[in-house]
Design a protein around this ligand. Structure first.
Ligand SMILES: NC(=O)c1ccc[n+]([C@@H]2O[C@H](COP(=O)([O-])OP(=O)(O)OC[C@H]3O[C@@H](n4cnc5c(N)ncnc54)[C@H](OP(=O)(O)O)[C@@H]3O)[C@@H](O)[C@H]2O)c1
Length: 298
């Protein structure tokens, strides 16, 4: 059944998107990717996301998702759209509203006249608890658009990705980890490869909104300690107090709304729990050990 379906993957140059492209292909889909830079598809992605090979994709559509006039024909023959387009690192000087909301809105608008049957969108776990943040507002505006679209939709709500855990290993290797707040908030991060499988199950399943975390629930402090254990160095953690981090966010926000909004999200994530149902299988220990051992696919 799946092999007769064509999926459009938007966000395919990103951490989750690269795993998603491979997973859709492995599940027998015809895969079209939207990218603004084809070359970057075939390079390894951020934080150990795999390079996509030419065998992973059936066709590549080069266009600017922010410019609908470059997207003519994008949805031709497409049954399913998967989008993990959003800002997780600031590259273009754009706001969450401009990228996470407006770019996804552009895609949704193109679906309606094209007969796309289902749209799978990646938002975030626990959004309802942090609706004061620009990133959450943008994500949830996309969810609201989908609800009103009349199109079938699915929402994946992941906890933090292992991409962020690689940063802990880098700090441990250098001998000191920096942590915003006391690090006692709980999280259950998930591997991008496992999350991509959840995305496909969600795309094919009946559950409308699916939360997804990894197999381990731990505090940020425990995760940092694990990273030191993996690299075989003594635990050295420097805490950046929340008041100082909040002060920095305010200062950054005065210089740049875009960087300020991203910094506010990062700081807020340092004080709230981010735990979801255990849908991922890869333990953080296994991932960090493989990463430290130089495994190309940790
Ligand atoms: N990281 C986490 O822990 C986490 C947790 C829950 C939910 N999420 C959400 O999951 C989604 C995917 O995360 P990720 O880590 O895979 O993100 P990522 O690695 O930064 O990838 C984001 C994708 O969006 C595209 N994009 C960003 N700005 C764009 C622009 N101006 N024009 C066109 N394309 C643009 C990127 O394309 P280029 O490569 O061309 O820039 C890339 O393909 C995000 O919406 C994020 O908020 C993340």
């Amino acid at each position: 059944m799946a092999d007769s379906k064509r999926v459009l993957v938007a966000g395919a140059t990103g951490y989750l998107g690269k795993f998603a492209v491979k997973a859709f292909k492995e599940h027998g889909y015809q895969v079209r990717v939207l990218t603004r830079d084809e070359k970057r598809l075939y390079e390894p992605g951020p934080f150990t996301a795999p390079a996509i090979s030419k065998d992973d994709v059936d066709d590549v559509f080069v266009g600017e998702i922010s410019k609908p006039e470059t997207l003519g024909g994008l949805m031709d023959g497409v049954d399913l759209v998967f989008s993990s387009v959003g800002i997780s690192r600031q590259r273009d000087g754009l706001t969450f509203e401009q990228v996470d909301y407006q770019c996804n809105k552009n895609l949704i608008n193109l679906c309606q006249p094209s007969g796309v049957k289902r749209f799978v969108y990646v938002s975030m776990q626990g959004a309802e608890n942090i609706m004061q943040l620009a990133i959450t507002q943008a994500h949830e505006k996309v969810v609201a658009l989908l609800k009103d679209s009349g199109m079938e939709y699915r929402i994946v709500r992941p906890c933090g990705y292992f991409s962020d855990m690689g940063v802990l290993l880098d700090m441990a290797k250098k001998g000191r980890a920096f942590m915003i707040g006391d690090g006692n908030n709980k999280m259950s991060p998930i591997h991008g490869r496992d999350l991509a499988e959840v995305c496909i199950e969600t795309a094919e399943g009946d559950e409308i909104e699916v939360e997804a975390g990894g197999p381990d629930i731990m505090t940020q402090r425990e995760a940092a300690k694990l990273a030191f254990e993996v690299v075989g160095k003594p635990v050295k953690i420097t805490v950046i107090p929340m008041w100082a981090a909040r002060g920095m966010v305010k200062f950054i926000g005065l210089l740049s709304t875009q960087f300020g909004d991203l910094a506010e999200f990062i700081v807020t994530a340092g004080e709230i729990d981010g735990v979801g149902p255990a849908r991922g299988k890869t333990s953080l220990r296994n991932y960090l050990e493989a990463l430290h051992a130089g495994d190309p696919n940790p």
